[in-house]
Design a protein around this ligand. Structure first.
Ligand code: H2U
Ligand code: ZN
Length: 358
């Protein structure tokens, strides 16, 4: 076949230098009909207070404790934490390198603490419906928790994340996120540190600083930006409307930002999540998380770390059609139809005023 290769029509693979992986892009497939599963949309119009909610102020949680009548954010230790502070150390038996069993059946004991962080006392106020000052307060709560765990524990990493929406397996609509603090560095940030380290060794610069420069030169994937942060659909995005919030300056973690940078981050989180909700006029589901320096860094990790946030939303072409990573994606590699540039166009095209507030 002759002619010129067209990124909007011809299949190709894109490389993710952060995780050293590839995604297959098939832009010619965006027209295919859909007869698969339709998800129920999340019901807007939740009450401000729900007497049966485990997270609302003054209510009793599932295991008995009573929530205080909190007025801004509220942090508590997860009643069903995935990791425990106290447990016996794990000692692998027969630690002999030549032993097949100890070579192939590796395990590590891991201790830690899991927190739940309510964003607001109001049961129905998600991030896009909060003011910039209220989101800043959430950022301050994350910062304080990071500092506390850094000072008080020897745990390695604090992974802050939000599961939003029933399709993401979120068990409660009350706006909240979680923070899991673990003795080990989890696999995703570990992969990123490996990539940041080898990029630095090869080029002498930060992969994410360089990426921010490239994206600003030709802003086709940038959704919004302000003085301190960029929100963009990464070139290598897997999820249809995946985005990355990237600090423009090389900053290791939340604790290193100035008050002005924190306000800018809150502003961008608000604007991005409003656009997400407006895209399909629904409370947009996603898993979101922060990647930053470990609380107890080893070697070069605090120099390598470049603060960013990933948003992974599962919605495909409307509020009711979700994308699953199945088939080729489970057995081969992830695949997308809509290109990152087309997705950025779509997110840019919606308004910055929330549809419920109009
Ligand atoms: P989701 O982000 O998956 O909705 O998690 C909510 C968390 O809240 C979940 O991890 C915790 C669950 O263990 N939880 C409590 O700690 N106490 C409760 O009374 C209910 C839920
Ligand atoms: Zn509630």
């Amino acid at each position: 076949m002759t002619g010129t290769f067209d990124f909007n029509n011809d299949s190709h693979r894109r490389y993710n230098p952060l995780t050293d992986s590839w995604v297959l892009v098939s832009p010619h497939r965006t027209q295919r009909p859909w007869q698969g599963q339709q998800e129920k949309t999340s019901a807007d119009g939740l009450p401000e207070y729900d007497p049966t909610c485990y997270l609302c102020p003054g209510n009793v949680r599932a295991t008995g404790p009573v929530n205080p009548k909190y007025e801004s954010t509220f942090v508590f230790v997860n009643d069903y934490a995935a990791v425990k502070v106290d447990q016996p150390p794990y000692e692998q038996s027969g630690a002999d390198d030549d032993d097949l069993k100890s070579r192939l059946l590796q395990a590590q004991g891991t201790r830690g603490t899991c927190f739940v962080i309510c964003f607001s006392p109001k049961h129905n106020v998600t991030l896009p419906l909060m003011s910039v000052a209220e989101i800043e307060n959430v950022l301050d709560t994350w910062t304080a928790l990071y500092e506390k765990m850094k000072t008080e524990t020897t745990f390695r990493y604090l992974q802050i994340f939000e599961n939003k929406g029933a399709v993401m397996g979120c068990s409660n609509p009350h706006p909240h996120c979680q923070a899991w603090c673990t003795e080990n560095l989890p696999s995703e940030p570990a992969k990123e540190f490996t990539s940041l380290r080898s990029y630095k060794a090869q080029h002498g610069t930060c992969l994410l600083c360089d990426y921010a420069i490239v994206e600003q030169q030709d802003p086709i994937r940038i959704v919004i930006q302000n003085e301190s942060f960029i929100a963009l659909v990464p070139f290598w995005a897997v999820w249809p409307f995946e985005t990355l919030i990237l600090a423009k300056s090389h900053t290791a973690s939340l604790v290193d930002f100035s008050p002005k940078q924190k306000t800018d981050l809150a502003d961008l989180v608000q604007k991005l999540t409003i656009r997400y909700d407006n895209l399909f006029q629904t409370s947009f589901p996603y898993s979101m998380g922060l990647h930053q320096a470990p609380i107890n860094p080893l070697q070069d990790e605090s120099q390598l770390a470049h603060f960013h946030m990933h948003f992974y939303p599962p919605l495909l072409r409307g509020a009711t059609v979700r994308k699953f990573l199945v088939g080729f994606e489970m057995l081969g590699e992830p695949q997308r139809d809509l290109t990152a540039e087309q997705a950025a166009d779509r997110i840019r095209a919606v308004e910055e005023v929330h549809y419920l507030l109009k």
